[in-house]
Design a protein around this ligand. Structure first.
Ligand code: OGA
Ligand code: NI
Length: 383
């Protein structure tokens, strides 16, 4: 009997190719990892034949650009030169990588630690408690404790468990059902202490808003062209906690299948272990590591559309590691679901290459066709 038959499953619902609603049982990787400890094999469901799966060696840290947010926040004098240099650095990072690290971002480190604590607290609960602690969204796909990107019984599975929640707009009623009730500081407001994740979301939103402005500026566009598409009360932030348990065979599987983010901008923190994220650049998968307290930002499909292709969402994936576990927390920043995003006009290129799309329509399309083997969802927005 294969180990995964012993017991713990997520249920993943999906519409299959024939349009039928199906539910697939996906092993809880955290439990599986525990059962497989000390062994050196994986259940077949997790194995993939990956021609480009590079051996996971302790890789040289990638010289991915680091942007100093404090320098970008220096308004006007006395150091216009410092700011201008940082803007130029941002422009080239955003254009060449679609991904960069940020330091001096202003999110207090106790806020980052608060996130780490509740996330570890949640994953430290027994499976049944985790499951019982998180509600489910009746009408929203890809949310809650479990899995996403499951589309068929025979696709290779990722070595990951995830927890996905809506954090904004504030008070989104459905969101309340899915936030874990345990550990209590995950979601309760006790003695005026805001929940850890909410505090982080609030701080991170400031960073994301600043970035939307400076990114526009760095591309010599009017400062508000991106941010004006994010209604303060209606724009959305989804939180995705990724948990990658230790994996007995990192050479045979992936933590997260290659993808772009559908969001406009994504901001990521990681903890316990660094490393695992890889980005495809010039046809090569490059490892991305980031120092403690720096955050990683990447361009998503919707910013590619808004920028009319000046920025491009990077194709990225996560590889697993052998004796260590790793967590990452991604915040996906999107305009309101009913908003229509409008690409900035191209003055130099003859043809406009992207068209207006309604955010909710794009997301629906993205999740309907994902996972894909190449970057194709974005074609939905090509003129
Ligand atoms: C994601 C993602 C990367 C990571 O959640 O979309 O790309 O390092 N995560 O976990
Ligand atoms: Ni991603």
């Amino acid at each position: 009997m294969e180990e995964e038959d012993k017991g713990y499953f997520h249920e993943a619902s999906f519409i299959d190719k024939e349009g039928q609603l199906r539910t697939s049982k996906v092993p809880v990787v955290q439990e599986l990892a525990r059962q497989l400890q000390g062994l050196n094999h994986l259940p077949d469901k997790f194995k993939r034949v990956h021609p480009d799966h590079q051996p996971v060696t302790p890789s040289v840290a990638l010289p991915i650009p680091t942007i100093n947010m404090a320098k970008l926040r220096l308004v006007a004098e006395p150091q216009p030169k410092v700011r201008a240099q940082e803007l130029a650095k941002l422009a080239s990072a955003a254009k060449e990588w679609g991904m960069f690290l940020i330091m001096d971002h202003g999110v207090p480190s106790n806020v980052l630690h608060g996130v780490k604590d509740v996330v570890k607290g949640f994953f430290g609960l027994p499976f049944e408690e985790k499951k019982a602690s998180v509600g489910s969204y009746a009408s929203v796909e890809n949310m809650g404790y479990g899995r996403n990107f499951v589309k068929s019984e025979d696709q290779p599975l990722d070595w990951i468990d995830r927890l996905t929640m809506k954090a904004a707009p504030e008070g989104a009623s459905e969101g309340l059902h899915v936030w874990p009730q345990k550990p209590t500081n995950f979601s309760d407001i006790i003695y005026n202490d805001r929940q850890a994740i909410e505090l982080y979301v609030r701080e991170a939103r400031k960073v994301l808003d600043d970035l939307l402005e400076v990114l526009a500026e760095s591309l010599s566009l009017e400062r508000h062209v991106f941010i004006q598409q994010f209604d303060t009360n209606e724009s959305e932030i989804n939180v995705r906690v990724n948990y990658y348990p230790p994996c007995p065979r990192p050479d045979q599987t992936l933590g997260l299948t290659p993808h772009t983010d559908a969001s406009a901008l994504t901001i990521l923190m990681e903890f316990d272990t660094s490393g695992g994220l890889q980005v495809l650049k010039d046809q090569k998968w490059l490892p991305v590591k980031w120092p403690r307290d720096t955050l990683l930002v990447n361009v998503g499909d919707m910013l590619e559309i808004m920028s009319n292709g000046r920025l491009q969402s990077p194709w990225h994936r996560v590889v697993t590691q052998m004796d260590v576990e790793r967590f990452s927390v991604a915040l996906f920043y999107n305009p309101a679901s009913l908003a229509e995003i409008v690409p900035v006009r191209n003055t130099t290129m003859k043809n406009e290459s992207y068209k207006n799309v309604v955010v909710g329509d794009y997301l629906q399309h993205f999740y309907k066709i994902s996972p894909t083997t190449e970057k194709v969802a974005i074609k939905f927005a090509k003129a």
